[in-house]
Write a protein that binds this ligand. Structure first.
Ligand SMILES: [Zn+2]
Length: 99
């Protein structure tokens, strides 16, 4: 989405309203730029007059948790790689360094 936003900032898309109501099937016309800006702020996209419901809150919270888990996973993978690299570059001098 961000790649599209940088190339076609004024292009409008139809986004599903994110109020989370089960009977809501309203779409919102937003430019790619507006949509990305809203998501960077952490704001859901709402149709006019719609507000977040309990279901929407739960959905958003689950999404946030998943994103946090994903970035934690990426960080751990990176840390592992750096540790492996550090070990290769610096031969252990004592048993403490090996562990
Ligand atoms: Zn809605």
């Amino acid at each position: 989405m961000k790649a599209i936003a940088s190339r076609l900032p004024a292009l409008e898309f139809e986004f599903d309203c994110e109020c989370g109501a089960s009977d809501c099937d309203v779409t919102v016309a937003l430019s790619a730029e507006e949509y990305v800006a809203a998501h960077d702020r952490g704001d859901p996209v709402f149709a006019p007059g719609h507000r977040v419901t309990e279901v929407g809150h739960a959905k958003q919270a689950r999404k946030d948790a998943k994103e946090l888990r994903d970035s934690a996973k990426a960080l751990r993978a990176e840390a592992k790689q750096q540790a492996a690299r550090a070990r290769r570059n610096r031969p252990p001098r004592s048993m403490d360094d090996i562990c």
